[in-house]
Design a protein around this ligand. Structure first.
Ligand code: TXA
Ligand code: MG
Length: 321
């Protein structure tokens, strides 16, 4: 244990650590990030090390205004501008051609850098108070479930980082949607907290790129990800309860209550946005039980349901029991 990790609301304290080249857990409206000075390779190295993250998986850079982004990229494609103006700050990440101001380590050597402006008052105040942008992946050990509360970070990175800036529970609860251009087309590389419907309303039709496991140089979407330690199985809950009868089962359901040893209902009212917001906390809660396995069901596919289903599918891509 290198640090006695503190949780607090002191933005100045977080800024001091960051200015000194240290790393800090920070709130955003999607998930909590593990932040360091994006222009300082030592700070960026600390992030990779704390998360045990492979260097081929690049980091998102956070700032507080579109003109700030322009300082670090060669240009902003015209088709992306309306999206950026509408959803920054917000759960949108854009891939843009970088200048050499952004270290190779941040982009894993890729020519584009990912930028995002988080829509969270604490994060924005922190970012405005500094004269450098913050590289910040989700603040979880590599491959595990993203944190949506300060306590989630403490549970995993306690002792490893000095400070967690507490901004309450994340309002959206699922990572940002990542977009970029390929030729004239807008491509969505990761489904996330900004729905496809919202994007297409502003930008017209977009292409959704199916992520592959074998291409880590693509926007790092490994098949097994966001995963609990316990095996998780996705399907029809009644059928699976039957199939695994006799095992200790935890059920993660959308709105119905099932008869199981442990159960977490994402949204009793059947509200997809609420379900997205509670998804990762629910996965964590069930992962901490004595169950042998977690059984889960998909959500309806519209709005954020699509991104939630993507996360559930990845969480379930671990070996079956
Ligand atoms: O909502 C979010 O995006 C959160 C908060 C903290 O901002 N961050 C987050 O970061 O989810 P992370 O590192 O867990 O996921 C970022 C994803 C990775 O899968 C990475 O491969 C991809 O973004 N990415 C980052 N930079 C990239 C780049 N230059 N080119 C392609 N993909 C990139
Ligand atoms: Mg992550």
């Amino acid at each position: 244990m290198e640090f006695k990790t503190q949780i607090g609301k002191d933005i100045n304290h977080a800024a001091e650590i960051l200015q000194g080249g240290g790393i800090v857990g920070i709130p955003t409206e999607t998930v909590y990030g593990l932040a360091g000075n994006a222009l300082n390779e030592d700070a960026v190295l600390k992030i990779f090390k704390a998360k045990n993250r492979p260097f081929f998986d690049p980091l998102i850079v956070h700032t507080h205004a579109i003109p700030e982004i322009s300082r670090y990229v060669k240009h902003v494609p015209e088709r992306l501008l309306p999206l950026m103006e509408r959803f920054m700050p917000g759960p949108l990440t854009v891939l843009l051609p970088r200048t050499t101001a952004i270290p190779d380590l941040v982009t894993s050597g890729l020519e584009r850098v990912a930028f995002r402006i988080p829509n969270h008052p604490v994060a924005l105040e922190l970012l405005r108070s500094m004269d450098f942008p913050l590289a910040a992946p989700s603040a979880n050990p590599f491959g595990y479930i993203s944190p949506t509360r300060a306590q989630h970070i403490l549970a995993q990175l306690g002792g490893i980082i000095p400070y967690i800036l507490d901004g309450g529970e994340c309002g959206i609860g699922i990572e940002s949607t990542i977009v970029g251009m390929e030729g004239d087309a807008i491509v969505v590389y990761r489904l996330g907290g900004l729905s496809i419907e919202q994007i297409e309303q502003i930008a017209g039709e977009v292409t959704i790129q199916d992520h592959s496991t074998s291409d880590p140089a693509g926007p790092g979407m490994l098949e097994s990800h966001y995963a609990p330690r316990k095996p998780m199985i996705l399907g029809d809950i009644d059928t699976l309860l039957d199939e695994y009868r006799g095992r200790k089962i935890a059920v993660l359901s959308f709105c119905k209550k099932y008869d199981a040893d442990w159960s977490y209902i994402l949204s009793p009212e059947g509200d997809i946005d609420v379900a997205a917001k509670r998804l990762f906390a629910g996965m964590r809660e069930l992962d901490a039980t004595d169950a042998d396995l977690i059984i889960a069901e998909s959500l309806p596919d519209g709005g954020l349901g699509r991104a939630v289903n993507d996360r559930l599918r990845r969480a379930a891509a671990t070996p079956k029991p």
